[in-house]
Ligand binder design. Structure first.
Ligand SMILES: Cc1cc2nc3c(=O)[nH]c(=O)nc-3n(C[C@H](O)[C@H](O)[C@H](O)COP(=O)(O)OP(=O)(O)OC[C@H]3O[C@@H](n4cnc5c(N)ncnc54)[C@H](O)[C@@H]3O)c2cc1C
Length: 494
C-alpha cells in the first residue's frame, strides 16, 4: 500500500492533534506520516489505557493460544482499505465460514439445526404464530419476499436487489410492517440474530448493509487476532517517533477561529488536567465519546449529526471451557443463533495437537439490541474485557444459557467455565457497538458535515459512526481516507 501527499509535500503543516486511537485515528496518523507530514507536527491521544478502540483482541493467561476478538472479528472481501493494510503489514489471515447451513438455532425454547429447518423435517420448527412456509424460509429469502413490492424490476440477478429511491427516506421498521405481521418480523429478527428491522433506522442504507455485508461477501480474520492490525499501525507510528498518549480523555475543546490555534483540554488518568494547543484537530471518535466534550457536542452542526445517527447496542463475552464440550452434540456447528439474552455464540477450540496449547473450548457470545440490557448488572461488577475467574456469577449465567441454546443432543450438563469476560460497548468511550443512520437522516450530507463541521475552524470528525459503511472497520477507514484526501491534500492510496 503506497501513499503520497499532493504536490511537493505538506511543507510546514502546523500542529495536528488526533484524538481517538481506534482504527480511524491510527489510520489518520499513519497515513499522514507516510505522506511526509513530520512526526514532530503530530500528536495522538486516547481516553483508554490501550489503543485500538473497538478492535480489541484479548488473550487468556491460562493458554497462550487463546486470542479472542471482543470487537471486530472479520474483514469482508469488499473491504479494500482493510485488505490493503493487512497485506502491507504482511499479516496472516484465515478464512471464516459464512455458510449458515450448519448454524444451530435456539428460538422460543426449541433447538434445531438450520438444515433441519430448511429441509422441512418439521412442519412447524419454532413456536411463532406464522405459517409454516414462512418459518421454513432463510432470513435472506424472508427479507427479499417482504420487500418484493419495492424491488426495482430486473435488479437482484447478482443476488443483491436494488430498491426504489423513495425507500431511502423511510424507516425500516415501518417498511417491513407493511408486509409482515409483528410475529413474522420478530421471527425474521430472531433468525438474523439482529433486530435492526424492528428499529426506526434509515431503510435505504440499512438494507444496503444487510444485503452487501450480511448476506454477501466472503470473510477472513487475522490469524493472531484483529488487534495485530491496529498494533501494526501504532508500531509503525512509533518507529517514526509518534507515541500515543493513552489515558487522555478529551473534556473540552476551545475552537480557534480563522487560523488561530485551538486548545484541547484533557483529563489525564482521571485526575490531572492537561491542555494542548493545535492548528488542526481530528476527532476520530464515535458519538458516545464526543457527547461529553464541551465545545464540540454543543455546536449546532454536531447536534444535528447526533440526531442523524442511531447507536446500536452490543455486548460481547468470552467463555473458556477445559474442552469444547459442544462438539459431542448431534448438532455440532461453530455458530449458534438464539433469542436468549446471550444472543449469538461463536464456538471454537484451540488445537492441543500443536503442542502449544491445552486444547480448551472457546466460546464468544454476541448480544445485540434490547437484550444487551440483561447484561448491564453483570458489566458493573468488573472492568470491561477483563477475565473474572470461574467463581464469578457471570460464569454460572452464561453456562446456564449456553446449556439451553446447545442443550439438545449434548449428554450431561454444561461444565463450569474456567473463565469469563464481558465487554459492554455502550459504556464510555464508545456509547455503542456500531451505528446506523436514523430514518429521515441524510447520510451523504451528514458525512460531509462531520469532515468539517465549522467553516472557520480546522476541526474534523471521522470514524465508523459518521461513515457510509457503518458497523465496519472499513467505514472508519473510508471516512478517514476521505478526510485526508479532501482536507489534508493526500492522494488516494494505491
Ligand atoms: C462487538 C463488535 C464486533 C464488530 N465486528 C466487526 C467485524 O467483524 N468487522 C469489522 O470490520 N468491524 C466490526 N465492528 C466494527 C468496528 O470495530 C468499528 O467500526 C471500528 O473499529 C471503529 O473504529 P473507529 O476508530 O471509528 O472508532 P473506535 O474504535 O470507537 O475508536 C474511537 C477511539 O476514541 C477514543 N475516545 C472516545 N472518546 C474519547 C475522548 N473523549 N477522549 C479521548 N479518546 C476518546 C476511544 O477510546 C477509542 O479508542 C465490530 C464492532 C463491535 C463492537
Amino acid at each position: 500500500m503506497s501513499a503520497t501527499s499532493r504536490g511537493a509535500g505538506p511543507g510546514e503543516p502546523g500542529r495536528i492533534v488526533i484524538v481517538g486511537a481506534g482504527m480511524a485515528g491510527l489510520y489518520c496518523g499513519w497515513r499522514l506520516l507516510k505522506s511526509g507530514y513530520p512526526a514532530h507536527s503530530l500528536r495522538i491521544f486516547d481516553a483508554l489505557d490501550r489503543h485500538g478502540g473497538r478492535v480489541h483482541t484479548v488473550s487468556w493467561d491460562g493458554d497462550p493460544a487463546v486470542r479472542l476478538d471482543l470487537g471486530a472479528h472479520v474483514i469482508s472481501d469488499g473491504h479494500r482499505i482493510a485488505h490493503g493494510l493487512v497485506s502491507h503489514f504482511g499479516l496472516a489471515t484465515a478464512p471464516v465460514g459464512t455458510s449458515q447451513d450448519t448454524a444451530i438455532l435456539h428460538l422460543r425454547g426449541r433447538t434445531r439445526g438450520e438444515r433441519e429447518v430448511r429441509r422441512s423435517y418439521f412442519r412447524k420448527a419454532f413456536a411463532y404464530d406464522a405459517g409454516w412456509r414462512w418459518l421454513r424460509r432463510s432470513p435472506r429469502r424472508m427479507l427479499k419476499d417482504a420487500l418484493q413490492a419495492h424491488e426495482l424490476p430486473g435488479s437482484g440477478r447478482g443476488g443483491v436487489p436494488a430498491y426504489s429511491k423513495e425507500l431511502s427516506g423511510q424507516a425500516l421498521d415501518a417498511v417491513l410492517r407493511q408486509r409482515l405481521t409483528a410475529e413474522e418480523l420478530r421471527y425474521l429478527s430472531d433468525r438474523l440474530g439482529y433486530s435492526v428491522g424492528e428499529a426506526s433506522v434509515n431503510a435505504g442504507t440499512t438494507l444496503d448493509w444487510l444485503w452487501t455485508e450480511m448476506f454477501g461477501g466472503r470473510y477472513v480474520t487475522i490469524a493472531g487476532g484483529m488487534s495485530e492490525l491496529t498494533a501494526a499501525l501504532a508500531a509503525s507510528m512509533s518507529e517514526h517517533g509518534v507515541t500515543i498518549g493513552t489515558g487522555h480523555r478529551l473534556d473540552r475543546f476551545e475552537a480557534g477561529r480563522d487560523g488561530a490555534p485551538s486548545t484541547l483540554h484533557f483529563r489525564v488518568d482521571g485526575v490531572d488536567r492537561r491542555s494542548v494547543e493545535t492548528e488542526r484537530t481530528i476527532l476520530a471518535m464515535p458519538p458516545g465519546g464526543l457527547k461529553p466534550v464541551e465545545g464540540v457536542a454543543d455546536l449546532p452542526a454536531v447536534k444535528e449529526l447526533f440526531g442523524a445517527i442511531t447507536p446500536w447496542p452490543l455486548v460481547t463475552g468470552g467463555i473458556i471451557f477445559d474442552e469444547p464440550w459442544w462438539q459431542a452434540g448431534k448438532l455440532a456447528g461453530d455458530r449458534a443463533i438464539s433469542d436468549l439474552p446471550i444472543g449469538q455464540l461463536f464456538l471454537a477450540s484451540t488445537d492441543a495437537r500443536a503442542g502449544r496449547s491445552t486444547g480448551v473450548g472457546v466460546a464468544k457470545a454476541y448480544a445485540e439490541g434490547q437484550r444487551t440490557a440483561y447484561w448491564r448488572a453483570f458489566s458493573r461488577d468488573a472492568a470491561p474485557g477483563k477475565w473474572r475467574g470461574p467463581g464469578d456469577p457471570l460464569a454460572a449465567e452464561v453456562s446456564r444459557q449456553m446449556g439451553q441454546v446447545l442443550g439438545r443432543g449434548v449428554s450431561g450438563s454444561v461444565p463450569e467455565p474456567l473463565d469469563v469476560c464481558l465487554q459492554d460497548w455502550q459504556e464510555f468511550p464508545f456509547g455503542a457497538g456500531f451505528h446506523l443512520w436514523s430514518s429521515g437522516s441524510h447520510p451523504d450530507k451528514a458525512f460531509n458535515t462531520a469532515l468539517k463541521p465549522m467553516p472557520d475552524c480546522e476541526l474534523h470528525i471521522c470514524g465508523e459512526a459518521w461513515s457510509r459503511r457503518q458497523a465496519w472497520m472499513e467505514g472508519a477507514l473510508e471516512s478517514s481516507e476521505a478526510l485526508l484526501e479532501r482536507h489534508f491534500g493526500l492522494l488516494r492510496c494505491k
